[in-house]
Design a protein around this ligand. Sequence first.
Ligand SMILES: NC(=O)c1ccc[n+]([C@@H]2O[C@H](COP(=O)([O-])OP(=O)(O)OC[C@H]3O[C@@H](n4cnc5c(N)ncnc54)[C@H](OP(=O)(O)O)[C@@H]3O)[C@@H](O)[C@H]2O)c1
Length: 289
Amino acid sequence: MILITGASGSVGKAVLQEAIRKASKVRAMYRSKEEAAKAPSGCEVRLADYADKQSLGKALDGVTSVFVVCSPIPQLVELESNVVDGCKESGVKHVVLNSALGAGDYPKSFPGWHRKVEDKLKATGMSCTILRPNGFLQNIVAYNAPSIRSQGAFFAAMGDAKVSYLDIGDIAAVAVKALQGGAHSGKTYELHGPEAISDQELAKRISRVAGRAVNYVDIPESAQREAMLGLGMPEWQVTALLELQQYYKQGGGAKTDGLLKALIERQPVTLDQYLTANAREFRDQAASA
Ligand SMILES: NC(=O)c1ccc[n+]([C@@H]2O[C@H](COP(=O)([O-])OP(=O)(O)OC[C@H]3O[C@@H](n4cnc5c(N)ncnc54)[C@H](OP(=O)(O)O)[C@@H]3O)[C@@H](O)[C@H]2O)c1
């Protein structure tokens, strides 16, 4: 039995869909009844909270492999550590941890948090695979599309730094293969999309698919901080995002290699494919309504 945690989230949902397609015994873990009610057919469902060890123990009962993911929140280290402890206590054979690019060489922000969980997982001696994905293609719609729709522009302090975005569905494909353990046991996979792209080039590509002018506006980091705080984002989140941006600005996310393609045994989703499939998200409010 495979357990997919975070089944209501972006990554967990994709891993669950892939697991149902590829594996026979799949269990999905949700925190709320509302989200559990949306579970796809083809899996068992359990309600559990990472903060509640008893509920975790029930979700882990009879499970051999676990996919672990948590929201990027300051409690991530404590919450995922509870899951790791639960796996060890329940006799789970193999754990796949969703970490983040930078966990190997950047001690700040989300990568720093993920590294603590990686180290904890390795220290248990359990068989495990660690996934360190680069930025998700899905971030482009989540973070950039709203201001593109309203102002025809998106704003950051990335300079001309490049990012090799990858598709969450491709991460899910790696995760489900890794859940089998075997040759994936003991591996840490840094996962990059097929093309490294600057925000200036991203704006050009979005313009092309959306059929409208879209600009990237490079702003000072202080202005970006003010803008994010003005939107009501908590201080810790703004600081973590800006620290992560520093990592990317220093070139941390610009690598491309053949690992993702080799692992999934097909071409990874490209930026242009993703933008074409989501073109309506970048058109004006009226067009996207
Ligand atoms: N965005 C990127 O480009 C990027 C790149 C690399 C790595 N990452 C990493 O990927 C992860 C984000 O994944 P995501 O986008 O799938 O996040 P997400 O959409 O926020 O999903 C997080 C999942 O964790 C669950 N969860 C949170 N707290 C829980 C608790 N106490 N008990 C049980 N479940 C709990 C959530 O359940 P609820 O629905 O109940 O909240 C949700 O299902 C982060 O760790 C991030 O650092 C992101």
